[in-house]
Design a protein around this ligand. Structure first.
Ligand code: DX5
Ligand code: ZN
Length: 227
């Protein structure tokens, strides 16, 4: 089980300290939420901040692009030090999804694809052979601190089943591992983490339930369901 704190909920006046604190507390990845004010109704931060985060930690940077024209910005996030880049499948994201996934793969970066709660799983199906990770949004993207949407677990389940059918295949081509990581993002707390894990998720993104507590190590342990 991997835990990826979303720095969207961190105290930006002490960002370096916050990153070091979650690393010391047992975080596996650092999740960076990029919002452009077009694809989602909020603006967060861009490649310069991701580059700054890169200098603070050796942990993999998991970059979630909630932006239009991701293909145009992917090179800048690669330069900033992203280890995985996740893009949206919705037509409103205004890019050629297959081409953008290949662009990320060609840069030897981990390839992620994601879908909003309202988006049918069918849209991601044609790309499952081409990705390392599927991010199932468990809130509508744009803001931290929203409530988990349990009905999204049907997508987690479908992907977990898909992974099972691939179990006996050593590789899906492109040098990919045979199983796709299943990441959940939005409203993840110890209870929704447990539900997500039960349904087959293996990467938990969490902002509020880590950064808005006083004990990051305990918060991360609680998400893993352990003592
Ligand atoms: C939502 C973002 C999430 C968000 C999660 O638009 O993609 O990563 O930061 O925040 P919490 O954990 O507070 O729901
Ligand atoms: Zn995110």
């Amino acid at each position: 089980m991997l835990v990826a704190p979303s720095i969207l909920a961190a105290d930006f006046t002490r960002l370096a300290e916050e990153i070091r604190a979650v690393e010391a507390a047992g975080a596996d990845w650092i999740h960076c939420d990029i919002m452009d004010g077009h694809f989602v109704d909020n603006i967060s931060f861009g490649p310069a901040i991701v580059g700054f985060v890169r200098k603070q930690t050796k942990l993999p940077l998991d970059v979630h692009l909630m932006i239009e024209h991701a293909d145009h910005y992917v090179p800048r996030f690669l330069d900033a030090g992203a280890n995985s880049i996740t893009v949206h499948v919705e037509p409103e994201a205004k890019h050629d999804v297959g081409k953008t996934l290949q662009q990320i793969r060609d840069a030897k970066c981990r390839v992620g694809l994601t879908l909003n709660p309202e988006t049918d799983f069918k849209l991601v199906e044609p790309f499952l052979d081409k990705i390392d990770m599927l991010l199932v949004m468990t809130v509508h993207p744009g803001f931290g601190g929203q409530s988990f949407r349990p009905e999204q677990m049907k997508k987690v389940k479908r992907l977990a089943e898909w992974n099972e059918t691939r179990q006996h295949q050593p590789s899906r081509g492109y040098g990919l591992a045979s199983k796709i990581d299943i990441e959940v993002d939005g409203g993840i707390n110890p209870e929704s983490a447990r539900i997500s894990i039960e349904n087959g998720a293996n990467v938990l993104v969490a902002g509020t339930s880590i950064f808005k507590t006083n004990d990051y190590a305990k918060a991360i342990r609680d998400l893993r369901g352990g003592p």
